[in-house]
Design a protein around this ligand. Structure first.
Ligand code: NDP
Length: 472
């Protein structure tokens, strides 16, 4: 049984989470679940640790974070195997993610003493300066699709800025967050600075969002949960940053290499079994290449190696849970009912585990639920367009605006369309949306604020303006 991590104590918690391995459909670990009293203890521990941590020099905090990064790197294989088994993601992806966690901590270790204030020539004269000061205790609530990566995107800047943290991982995937908390202690992060409290979102997550001693909530998850967190945070005017859902477009013009674009478009939906807020699940293709493109997507989907996450050859593992498989199957049935043409996939793979074949729908149209709603499973919808204006209109016809791709070899058109798309992150002739050094986040109902890069630091500090009268 893995215990809660509150300061350096490991209380037993108030309940038990049975962690399931989705590739087998069986429990493989038990974790203590926090109750209300545990949450209060975690916030109290973070509050008690705040003065000493926030008064360390930024350089000193950075030194500790460098050690944390090194320890994560040294334990990358252990973390990758835990994540691959718990989420069901291919081991190769999980290894990349464990190293990305180490990179992220390294980035914010180096950033700690490079985020500073200004000297402002105010009209009155004297000396006007701004300081970047920590917010205080911050609550971080994260989902199950990229558990250690998304946790670290928040923990890194939060600690670098001098805040202390209560981290609530998703109930389905608490393992790597707890292990990261242990490695942080081993690296010299003082007890109480990073507390990890798995527990039910509706109780523990909601209590964290409402807690009077918590100054900010950093959240990634469903848009509906984001709304609930905003409402809870309103009571104490907490700062919030939200990374929410997506239904990202991938526009493909007729002048591209169809095989290459279709291969990448397929991978951008089926990676992580489609459980990716950046999944380009609306593939919007110019009519002259449409039939050829759909055929190439079919070949790519059927060529995707689905199987045991711990097998090196696997490209797609199971979905996370029975529930997520049922949600996906419901959408596949809906797509057929709505009149889209199922080209391949969508069926279960017989045997244990929550495996599905990647599905491609052709002849999909805006207004269909498979096109408008986030599925969070391996389902691609391919839509035809005739004009550039129509492609932009279809892409922007969404409550979401997180990510997107644009494929064209026409430079002027690329520049025009890239500027017209309503997404926080866009890749041109690529499907790569996450760059540690660049800002990541959404327009519209995909969120509030930005993660990664130096931009994230703005969301984990207050600006304090101090004026000094210098006249004698
Ligand atoms: P949820 O919103 O259900 O859960 C996310 C986290 O919030 C979990 O830790 C959950 O706890 C907790 N939680 C649930 N209810 C509440 C509540 N009322 N108050 C506070 N916390 C709560 O999302 P999922 O975990 O199901 O993740 C999938 C969703 O996340 C998708 O919609 C996806 O688009 C989105 N997502 C967005 C990303 C982005 O960067 N924009 C990245 C990754 C995912 P518990 O697990 O106990 O329920």
């Amino acid at each position: 049984m893995r215990n809660l991590l509150i300061a350096d104590r490991r209380p037993s918690g108030s309940g038990v989470i049975r962690v399931i391995e989705p590739a087998k459909g069986e429990p493989f670990e038990e974790v203590a679940a926090a109750g209300a009293a545990d949450l209060d203890a975690a916030v109290a521990a973070a509050k008690a640790a705040l003065p000493a941590w926030s008064r360390l020099t930024a350089f000193a905090r950075g030194e500790i974070l460098f050690k944390f990064s090194d320890l994560v790197r040294a334990h990358a294989e252990e973390l990758a195997v835990l994540e691959a088994r718990n989420v069901g993601k291919p081991i190769g992806d999980a290894r990349w993610e464990a190293n990305h966690v180490a990179d992220t901590l390294r980035y914010y270790a180096g950033a700690a003493d490079k985020h500073f204030g200004e000297t402002i020539p105010v009209k009155k004269g004297g000396l006007d300066i701004t300081l970047r000061v920590p917010l205080g205790v911050v609550g971080l609530i994260v989902p199950w699709n990229f558990p250690m990566v998304i946790a670290t995107w928040k923990v890194g800047p939060a600690l670098a800025c001098g805040n202390t943290v209560v981290l609530k991982p998703a109930s389905l995937t608490p393992l790597t967050a707890l292990r990261l908390g242990e490695l942080a202690l081993e690296a010299g992060v003082p007890p109480g600075v990073l507390n990890v409290v798995p527990g039910p979102g509706a109780a523990i997550g909601a209590a964290l969002a409402a807690h009077p001693d918590v100054r900010k909530i950093g959240f990634t998850g469903e848009t509906a949960t984001g709304r609930a967190i905003m409402a809870a945070a309103a009571q104490t005017i907490k700062r919030i940053s939200l990374e929410l859902g997506g239904k990202s477009p991938c526009i493909v013009f007729g002048d591209v290499n169809v095989a290459q674009a279709a291969g990448e478009a397929a991978a951008s939906v089926f990676a992580n079994a489609g459980q990716d807020c950046c999944a380009r699940s609306r593939t919007i293709v110019e009519r002259p290449i449409y039939a050829k493109f759909v055929e190439a997507m079919r070949a790519a989907a059927q060529g995707t190696v689905v199987g045991n996450p711990l097998d090196e050859k696997t490209q797609m593992g199971p979905v996370i849970s029975v529930h997520q498989r049922e949600v996906t199957e419901t959408y596949v049935a809906l797509g057929k009912k709505e009149g889209a043409r199922l080209v391949c996939g969508g069926e279960r793979i017989p045997g244990p585990g929550y495996f599905l074949r990647p599905a491609v729908f052709a002849d999909a149209k805006p207004g269909m639920r498979i096109v408008d709603e986030e599925i969070f499973g391996p389902v691609a919808s391919v839509i035809a367009f005739d004009t550039e204006a129509e492609a932009i209109a279809i892409a922007n016809d969404s409550i979401y605006g997180l990510s997107g791709s644009l494929w064209t070899n026409d430079l002027k058109r690329g520049l025009r369309v890239a500027q017209a798309l309503e997404t926080g992150v866009l890749s041109v002739n690529s499907s790569s949306s996450v760059h540690l050094q660049g800002p990541f986040g959404g327009f519209k109902q995909s969120g509030l604020g930005r993660e990664l890069g130096m931009h994230a630091l703005d969301h984990y500090s207050e600006i304090k303006n101090i004026y000094f009268e210098t006249a004698p």
